[in-house]
Design a protein around this ligand. Structure first.
Ligand code: NAD
Length: 465
């Protein structure tokens, strides 16, 4: 065995031991009661509050995300998710009553939620706290043990999550494993009852294959090219204001942002003018605490390559040393342009004009089913057609990204942008198995199904079923 093989075998063994120990602990039934789940969720919340400043500092050191933006987009939504889970977990754990058909009379029918068991959560880097801890909260509320593997790219953020959790929770119940591809590969060789992955469709396929090996229940939260459509009758002033903030917050490194804008040709000039005004009003910059660095040089170079200088309508400037790309609008973009080949994941907005809604829809359908889609319109027919004809995971009408801030709306993709849903009670469901039960008393039996079949009996059975 060479050194690489040795290290691989060592990692595999470490991960196996970790998973085996979590399974042993899960099998003690310690995580099953509502009391235990609530206690652990409360503990997590108090630890987050205790370490709030450390968490702000860590994410600032990773990509200059300000405290205010961290609170707005990551920290407070996480506290909300914990509060919703603490408040509702007893209700969610209750048996859910179902109708019983006459054929089974007398009986009760119901669903019994149970935890799936040992879960693995793999996070992405762009909202590193939110995308790691929101699924973790769901896993805890549903009564699982959890191994969390945050993204390695924001190294300080990954380290502070590991510190908060590993210093305070039993590793047989919750454990953060830090690391990159070797660690994730070793983790993925093990058998879980649930794998929850957030990241790119490419890595999503690796995760799905690993899950298939053990027929493990899997949720994939992936990405795609999210369209935003501005119709002829659109309230551009409000629509552009909402969309521009959503497009450039986190420097466009946001899985549900509007990747590109499809604008009716008669409104495009006005759209562009308003978009520039909005960008300038915000004055997006790290100094103004409303912009962040591109996560690393690889992503910086990737996004810069998408900026065709011939098509720059606004911005197009960048600073490699600071890893900053200023908000950029590209005009007269065609589907052949580099910027329209893959998800952008950076502060560059391509604008494409269209003439009819059919044309706009046809463009959207050339791409894989997106994670999110947005329609800016007050036209009832356009809204109806948008909801009926365009497949996407989640979205908004006359707004952009804000659907994520309502825990009552299930969050997730479809097809290439993912599978499964979470947030609020959907997170609980995502990490649970619902056992379907028929519960019969022994006092009465119709005897219809037993010996002595006859046409008459068959008729009665048919009528009752
Ligand atoms: P990524 O797929 O590169 O990485 C995600 C995770 O997978 C990380 O923890 C990483 O360590 C691990 N990983 C990377 N390569 C691996 C490999 N070969 N084998 C095993 N594990 C591996 O994604 P990213 O760059 O962190 O995030 C960007 C992508 O995630 C975008 O496509 C974006 O749209 C998507 N995303 C989706 C959501 C959502 O909620 N649907 C949220 C954020 C980001």
């Amino acid at each position: 065995m060479n050194t690489t093989q040795n290290n691989e075998a060592l990692l595999d063994n470490q991960m196996k031991e970790l998973v085996d120990n979590q399974r042993k602990y899960y099998n003690t039934n310690a995580t099953l009661s509502a009391g235990f789940r609530i206690e652990q969720l409360k503990k997590l919340k108090s630890l987050l509050l205790k370490h709030e400043e450390d968490m702000h500092r860590a994410i600032f050191n990773d990509f200059s995300k300000s405290k205010y933006e961290n609170q707005l987009i990551e920290f407070y939504p996480l506290l909300d998710e914990i509060d919703v889970a603490i408040k509702n977990v007893k209700k969610w754990m209750k048996h859910k009553s179902l109708k019983t058909n006459l054929f089974n009379f007398p009986a009760k029918s119901y669903l019994v939620p149970e935890p799936l068991g040992v879960s693995l959560v793999i996070g992405a880097w762009n909202l590193p706290y939110n995308l790691s801890l929101t699924p973790l909260i769901g896993s805890m509320a549903a009564g699982n043990t959890t191994i969390l593997k945050p993204s390695e790219l924001p190294a300080n953020t990954s380290a502070i999550m590991a510190k908060i959790i590993n210093d305070n929770f039993d590793p047989n119940y919750l454990k953060v494993v830090e690391g990159a591809i070797p660690e994730t590969t070793a983790l993925l060789k093990q058998r879980y009852d649930k794998i929850f992955f957030t990241g790119s469709p490419m890595v999503g396929k690796i995760v799905n294959k690993a899950a298939a090996e053990h027929l493990t229940n899997v949720t994939l939260e992936l990405g795609g090219k999210n369209p935003s459509i501005f119709t002829e009758d659109s309230d551009l002033k409000m629509g552009v204001k909402r969309m521009i903030w959503a497009r450039f917050v986190n420097s466009g490194q946001f899985c549900i942002t509007a990747d590109y804008a499809l604008v009716h040709k008669d409104r495009k000039d006005e759209f562009l003018k308003l978009a520039v005004e909005e960008i300038e009003k915000h004055n997006f910059s790290i100094e103004n605490k409303n912009f962040v660095q591109i996560i690393n040089e690889r992503n910086f170079d990737r996004v810069v390559k998408l900026i065709d200088p011939e098509k720059v309508y606004y911005g197009g400037t960048y600073d490699r040393e600071k890893r900053v790309i200023n908000p950029t609008i590209l005009n007269n973009v065609t589907l052949d342009d580099a910027v329209m080949q893959d998800e952008i994941f950076g502060p560059v907005l391509p604008v494409i004009e269209y003439e009819t809604l059919d044309e706009a829809f046809e463009i959207i359908k050339r791409y894989e089913k997106p994670l999110a889609a947005y329609l800016f319109s007050n036209d009832a027919t356009a809204k109806k057609r948008f909801l009926k004809e365009i497949p996407f995971g989640n979205g908004a009408i006359n707004d952009c990204v804000m659907q994520i801030s309502n825990p009552n709306i299930p969050f997730g993709g479809v097809g290439n942008s993912g599978m499964g849903r979470y947030h609020g009670k959907y997170s609980f469901e995502c990490f649970s198995n619902f056992k379907g039960i028929l519960d019969k008393p022994t006092s009465l039996e119709t005897n219809l199904k037993y010996y002595g079949y006859s046409d008459k009996r068959m008729k009665i059975m048919k009528a009752l079923s």
